[in-house]
Write a protein of this length. Structure first.
Ligand code: 6GU
Length: 266
């Protein structure tokens, strides 16, 4: 998977060399390219924003640097695509796909909320581009122009406001890259975790390790019983208890999902 990031804060992404993502880069599972938006400005002050037409607070990102940056990424993407097409032709039965335009992800508090099922979809992509703007936004004509060249998805992490798209981009990269085939050692751990698509969409149960007693607190006896059935039932109870306390909305989703499955079956 190739990932391009366009930002006015390229240093933010130095952290991609750490931990799991760093390993993915070293192993060649992902190929990350960070572009400084100011490279595509030509004035002395390298201006990327301006006051909004119609008035109002804050600044809006100017369209011209975005047009240039995205055009450069598109030229690189053609190379990615040609490489891949050549490979699949060698593999036989080369299938022309209509989904070859790169995916352009635009972090915005006005986007649709990013969730785990979407992380699984994006983990299958060949080329993802992140356009990190400031929260007041990029001139809307850039998005319209980009829709003719990319598959554009404005996304949000949730109902709160960040100053720019960089932290949201890091979050999505971490969520997506760990799902890229070959990333996680034991795929079973992906099923059990919170919000898992294949699992039950309940929160994870609390976990314990040695020592058996710490600061006078005992680990739950059932976990030391060696009875796998009992352990599984206890964990299921803890999951339900924790989820109904912290995320009652997930319990409601589960109920409606079960109901609709029942409707189909009968
Ligand atoms: Cl993706 N961007 C910004 N600027 N703020 C956010 C967000 C994204 N998600 C939640 N708040």
């Amino acid at each position: 998977m190739r990932i391009d990031i366009i930002t006015i804060f390229p240093e933010f992404f130095d952290a991609l060399d750490i931990s799991l993502i760093g390993k993915a880069k070293q192993r060649g599972l992902i190929d990350v390219h960070v572009h400084d938006l100011r490279t595509y400005t030509y004035d002395r002050h390298r201006t990327v924003d301006d006051t909004p037409y119609g008035g109002g607070a804050g600044m809006v990102m100017k369209p011209e640097p975005w047009g240039e940056a995205l055009s450069e990424v598109l030229r690189d993407s053609d190379a990615v695509h040609e490489q891949d097409t050549a490979l699949s032709q060698v593999e036989a039965g080369a299938e022309p796909d209509a989904t070859c335009a790169p995916l352009l992800l635009v972090p915005s508090p006005a986007g649709t909320v990013f969730r785990q099922p979407v992380a699984h979809e994006w983990a299958e992509e060949k080329h993802i581009v992140f356009a990190c703007g400031r929260y007041e936004g990029i001139d809307e004509r850039v998005i319209e122009w980009a829709r003719e060249r990319f598959r554009v998805v404005p996304f949000s992490l949730g109902d709160y406001v960040l100053n720019g798209g960089e932290v949201a981009t890091m979050a999505v990269i971490e969520a997506v890259v760990r799902l890229v085939p070959g990333m996680v050692g034991n795929p079973e751990s992906l099923v059990e975790e919170s919000h898992s698509v294949a699992g039950d969409a309940l929160l994870e149960y609390p976990v314990y390790t040695k020592p058996a007693v710490w600061e006078g607190r005992e680990a739950p006896a059932v976990l030391l019983s060696g009875d796998h059935g009992k352990v599984a039932r206890a964990r299921r109870d803890w999951q339900l208890e924790r989820t109904s306390q912290r995320r009652p909305d997930l319990i409601e989703n589960l109920r409606t999902a079960r109901l609709s499955k029942h409707d189909v079956a009968t």
